[in-house]
Design a protein around this ligand. Structure first.
Ligand SMILES: [Zn+2]
Ligand SMILES: [Zn+2]
Length: 651
């Protein structure tokens, strides 16, 4: 019998094998390939137009693992077509380092055993209404959006919904945007359900991954809390997907296989024919558009926990309250912060910049420090005494021979969180201050620091956007946005939406236990419309306006964008090839092709980069035709094409 077998490699089609074994779609097998033996899956169709004359090899072995669901196979096929990723690479996302896990002793799964506890937590009337709306339809595919102010108890509502699914013997998946959150979240889960969920992200050990993979495939693990990659686990009986913080742009995987985990979760739910819930305080533009078109249903939580009100906003005009030289905190802010500290409020200074200073240059020769691999400035990290490239990780000491004479004499221009923290310590020397950024919080000690913040042992935080990601700090009642003007720079089509999300999430960290809270914005800009837009208590007003702008300019979600990034070692060859490639696309594709232009970060990790942008309608036809064209075009060696469907970053 001939069977089609998909292998986890760069090919976009299954290979044909012979077999005496009884095999069915979805079975995991071992087959010979070249000189090695590899794991593959019996696929649902043979390679199309295969007229090659190969000797057909034989399947070596059928593996003792429950077969992959037909619906998951369909999902992977669609995933590959939509994102223009070879089918083999899509399968790779589902396997464990190209392998599967056969039997694992069942004692290990005792720890995940479900014993749903009776709950003491009573839902409020508002929460109950939301739950009812969420459960109204049957267990088939539908998208429901639960929109609730930060701190309104959205989690409890979807936990209840999930409880019903688990008690029917089905599995549930909760997607979170940030690995750092899984710890705090896992405890919340155990408090509610009384059993342990499996936690899945790139940081867990290989052994743990094996246990979870096998537990999922055998339906011994009921709930997974995971980052993007958990979407590709081979669930045996998936019954519901929840995407928490659905608006979060870190759902976009930007390297390797490029895809948007939120969008792919919706598509997986549709193929598995199960319900999916998107959870957010302010929906993304894409989701909001689907709510308006009544493709998604919605329920809303308007009241915050303990009836806490959202923080007040205050704009500090730096034109009136002048800053001293080498200082970024105004006298007016110092006065306000003092009052908050006296009331035992915790204070956060927010600046979305890691390190001490983003720009280091010499007073004598005026040469900046930039990365030798990327066309970007190196950032000075004073705590580590190094200059660091945030894109490729290049580091160097702050020491350079000057082309004028002797050593360079450096000026540090502009602040990062380390510099603000230094200033804060000078102003409030008796207070405990910490920096909250990926440099300080991705370590083993970070859960200890979190606990200290929660217990109000630390009075002042200086943080980057990492702090906006769903952390719960009960005493935080004052936020100072050090430089709001920084946020209005840049030419990103999603710039306005990103700001709305960031500042909404950020203010959501404040005033969570009912005490009055204030967010202060320092600005030089006399036109403060942007600030009032992003701080409006009704974000729908902003979203409506933003949708109009997108519609008028044919921007996503009204048109499909596909970014094509070509990288190479030689600037001139790269440009030539990019124009040739564009010509070919334009001849055979019914879509607009813009570019080529140099990427904003023209050189990255030693490669030059140019970008093309395809703008077409929203049918899969664009991807299909484009894939055909790409397969015909031969890039010279050393040049590489990356395809990004629905791009979010335009770096
Ligand atoms: Zn670099
Ligand atoms: Zn110099």
């Amino acid at each position: 019998m001939k069977v089609p077998i998909l292998l986890p490699n760069i090919f976009n089609h299954p290979f044909t094998y012979n077999s005496d074994l009884k095999l069915k779609e979805g079975d995991y097998v071992i087959v010979p390939f070249g000189k090695s033996e590899i794991t593959g899956v019996v696929w649902n169709e043979f390679e199309k137009k295969n007229n090659k004359n190969f000797i057909i090899k034989k399947v070596l072995k059928k593996l003792d693992v429950p077969s992959l669901n037909k619906n998951t196979i369909k999902f992977l096929n669609w995933f590959s077509e939509y994102n223009m990723i070879p089918k083999g690479i899509a399968l790779k996302l589902l396997l464990l380092s190209n392998n599967v896990v056969e039997k694992i002793s069942s004692e290990i799964y005792e720890q995940f055993k479900i014993t749903i506890k009776k709950n003491k937590i009573e839902l409020t009337k508002e929460q109950n209404d939301c739950l009812k709306k969420m459960n109204i339809s049957n267990q088939k595919f539908r998208v429901h959006v639960l929109q609730g102010t930060t701190g309104s108890g959205k989690t409890m509502v979807y936990f209840e919904a999930l409880k019903e699914i688990i008690s029917k013997g089905l599995q549930g998946l909760i997607l979170l945007p940030e690995i750092g959150l899984t710890g705090q979240f896992q405890n919340k889960f155990i408090d509610f359900f009384g059993f342990k969920p499996a936690v899945w992200h790139s940081g867990i050990t290989k052994k743990n991954k094996e246990i979870i993979w096998s537990g999922i495939v055998n339906n011994k693990i009921k709930v997974v809390i995971g980052a993007r990659s958990s979407l590709f686990l081979p669930f045996k009986k998936l019954g519901m997907i929840i995407v928490d913080e659905e608006h979060d742009q870190s759902y976009k995987q930007d390297e390797g296989a490029i895809y948007n985990a939120r969008d792919m979760a919706i598509s997986r739910a549709s193929f598995e024919n199960i319900p999916i819930n998107l959870i957010t305080a302010v929906p993304s533009i894409e989701t909001y558009d689907n709510i308006k078109k009544a493709k998604y249903s919605i329920s809303k939580l308007n009241k915050r926990y303990l009836n806490a009100s959202l923080p007040n906003y205050k704009i500090i005009n730096l034109n009136n309250s002048k800053l001293e030289k080498q200082s970024w905190i105004s006298k007016e802010i110092i006065k306000e912060v003092k009052t908050h500290l006296e009331k035992k409020d915790q204070v956060l200074f927010f600046l979305n910049r890691r390190g001490f200073s983003p720009h280091v240059l010499c007073k004598k020769c005026f040469n900046s420090y930039s990365c030798p691999n990327c066309s970007i400035n190196l950032v000075y990290h004073k705590n580590k005494q190094i200059l660091l490239c945030h894109y490729c990780g290049y580091k160097t000491l702050v020491k350079r021979d000057c082309i004028k004479e002797g050593k360079c004499d450096f000026i540090f221009s502009g602040p990062g969180v380390e510099r603000i923290s230094e200033e804060v310590k000078k102003i409030f020397p008796t207070k405990d201050t910490i920096i909250f950024s990926s440099d300080t919080m991705n370590k083993k000690s970070s859960s200890e620091i979190l606990q200290k913040i929660i217990n109000n042992k630390i009075q002042i935080l200086v943080g980057t956007q990492l702090i906006s990601k769903g952390f719960h700090f009960p005493n935080l009642n004052c936020i100072v946005v050090v430089d709001i003007d920084l946020s209005s720079q840049g030419h990103d089509l999603r710039g306005a939406e990103k700001n709305l999300q960031l500042y909404h999430q950020l203010s959501g960290r404040a005033g969570r236990t009912g005490k009055p809270a204030t967010v202060y914005f320092q600005t030089y800009n006399l036109d403060t419309k942007m600030i009032s837009d992003i701080t409006n208590k009704n974000p729908d007003l902003f979203l409506d306006k933003e949708i109009e702008i997108r519609k008028k300019n044919n921007l996503p979600p009204f048109e499909r964008f596909i970014a094509l990034i070509i990288t190479g070692n030689n600037e001139i060859d790269l440009e030539k090839i990019a124009f040739k490639f564009k010509d070919l696309i334009q001849k055979s594709l019914e879509a607009k092709v813009l570019g080529p232009v140099n990427a904003p970060i023209f050189r990255l990790k030693r490669k030059f980069r140019v970008r093309l942008l395809v703008r077409g309608n929203k049918s899969l036809k664009v991807q299909n035709s484009l894939a055909r064209i790409i397969s015909k075009f031969k890039f010279p060696s050393g040049m590489k094409l990356t395809v990004d469907v629905d791009p979010i970053n335009f770096n």
